[in-house]
Structures are given as C-alpha cells and as structure tokens.
Design a protein around this ligand. Sequence first.
Ligand SMILES: Cc1ncc(COP(=O)(O)O)c(C=O)c1O
Length: 385
Amino acid sequence: MTTPKQATQAQAIPRPETGYRVAFVKPKEHYRRLKKEIDGAIGECLTEGDLIHRRQLFDFEKHLAEYVGTRYAVGLNSGYHALHFSLLACGVGPGDEVITVAHTFAASVSAIVHCGATPVLVDVGEDFNMDVASLDRYITPKTKAIIPVHLNGRLCDMEAIQNLCKKRGLLLIEDACQALGATFQGKMGGSFGHGCFSFYPFKALGGFGDGGAITTNDPHVARVATLLRYNGEDRETGEFHYHGYTALLDNVQAAVLDVKLRHFPNWVEHRRRMADLYKSELATVSQVRVPHFPDPRFRDSFQNYVIRAQDRDALRAHLRQEGIETLVSWAKPLWKHPALGLGEPKLPMTEAVCREVISLPMSAETTEEDVTLTSRAIRNFYARQ
Ligand SMILES: Cc1ncc(COP(=O)(O)O)c(C=O)c1O
C-alpha cells in the first residue's frame, strides 16, 4: 500500500546511482568519501550506547547554531516538525492565518494546517521565491505569521519581509529546509526569524534518515521546541509541560551530521562552482532560463539547480534516454491536489513554473564532466528541434 508520505514524495525521491551516466545525486559516493569519519562517529555512539539525547546531539546543535549565527539550535526529527513546532511555540492556532507560498513542498503548508490555522497561499517571482510585492494585499486582521520558503538554496528578500513583519506586527518563521549556507546581505538563512531546516538525506546537509532543526535567538521558542520534541517532558526535572511529540533528532544522526557540517562550507562552494559552469554551458540555449538572478545582496547555495525549460517533459525524456537523471519539483501546484483542501488561489507564476521547471544533477559529488554532459545533451535536444 502506498503511504501518504510515499505518495506525495514519490516524485522527489531520486533513485540512487542506478544505471544513469549522470546520477542526480550520489549517496554511495558521498559515503565512500566520508566513510572513515562517519564510521568513526557512528561507532563511537554505538560503542558508548549514546543513542538518545547525548553529547553528539548537543555538539551538533552548538555547531549548527554557530554556523547559522543564532543563539540556539534545537535538533528535531524532520523539517516538518521544525515548522510545526515553530508555529506552535509562536502561539499560532485556530482562527489565525499564515501566509506562505504554494510553490513548496507540502510540509510547509501542512505544518500550518496541523496547528489549526489557515494557510494563505501567495505567488512566487522569477527566482521561485515569495513575491514580496504582493504580500500586503494578503494581510488581514487574522494574519499572524509569514513563512517565506527559501527555495533551491536561494533566500527570499529578507529586508522587505522583515520590514513588513515589523510594520504589521507579524511573526517570521523561515522555511530554510532547502537553504542551509545561503546568505542575504551576508546573513545566513535561518537567522532572520525562527529558522526551520531539514536534514533529509538528499538535502545539501543530509543525514542517513530524516532529521531537522530549529535555529532561533528566542529562548522561549527554543525551550518550547525542546519540550515538544520529547513528549513535553523537561529532561532535567521530569515535569511534563505539554502534550508533546516524539520528535527528537536521533543521536546517531546528530553525530553523522556533525561530521558533515565540518565539510559543509566546502560543499557549498563546490555547488556554486558547478552552478557557474551550468550557467556558462547553457548560455547559448535561448529555450532555457538558468537560475542566476543578479543582485549582490544574495549568495545562493544551490541546494538544487533548477532551470525553466521549453518543452520540459520532452527535454526530460530526452535526458533520461541520454542516461541523465533529473527531477521535477513540482509538476502540479499544491492546491490542485483536492485532498489538501487548499481552495483555488489564482497564482499564475506558480502554475507557469510547475509547467517549466526541471532540476539538473547537483550535489557535492557532481563533477564538471556531469555538468558538461548534461549541458551538451540539453543543447543537442534544442538544436534538433
Ligand atoms: C521547502 C521544504 N519545506 C519543508 C520540507 C520538509 O522537510 P522534512 O522532509 O525533513 O520534513 C522540505 C523537505 O523536503 C522542503 O524542501
């Protein structure tokens, strides 16, 4: 039987190093490169019996907070729970409206729904991120928070969004699940509001299973999330403060993530180099738009390299035939899944990008050869038309 999570994520789960000449991501190669360090870290946890809520978790939280530039980081079992707990800790509940985009993974919106609040979906701009200019007209007396989603490793315009939140008294929760390492005006994503991260295996910083974290400067949000993740219990006193959840970041995952975090800045630089190479390799192809948006305030981390392509589905079939693995996130706008009950918002840019987007191979293991092969196949496809 297909579970709900399998059904919604089916399109987003890359097949690892199958018969493709150019794999979308390379988890086996990723492990091979880090094997010694990772085996050491896991071995230490297992040898010492450090499985739940131990030093490795606290070390990772400390290092993550340092990297993002916040006072606190709270390790959780998913990006979904980071969003859900941030909203709960901010007091979002029934009767509230929360503004976010439809061009995102379902979890951004489900977290709002599971708090009993109403998601208000807005359109995106050319860079696939929240269209900030349109926000004002969606704000009502019921609006409690805004969740900008930093898609594909590019932050939203945080100057405009922070100013708006201040002016209108709104809470700011960042869906930074795709944006660890990306900056705006030199500041890391996840440090503007309450940051929500995912360490799903194919994220730029990925574990060997699900994982997530909240980064924040607010001691209240950090404390509530810390309690909620452990069924509401204060581990120091044994007192239960809430009906909570089982949502802790596993210690073994934290140990692995802590190893990877040390390499992470180099991986971001590698992604930027591969992105620049795609840009120059595809410069002559008028049928595709590459994701480079000249504005010196932004430094993207290229979690994904997403182009907009004419005849996207035919291009994708051609690339598959050429042995090149790609993804489409997402072919159908979220509100067109009737079971989600999101109404029928008019978001023309979201609809357009759903028809056109295709993600090209991109990971810390993507090579120059992968990029040139992929780009050549794209050029050939359009040359034959
Ligand atoms: C933009 C965005 N938000 C939220 C999530 C949810 O993260 P997780 O799968 O760790 O729950 C993801 C993960 O795919 C994501 O990409």
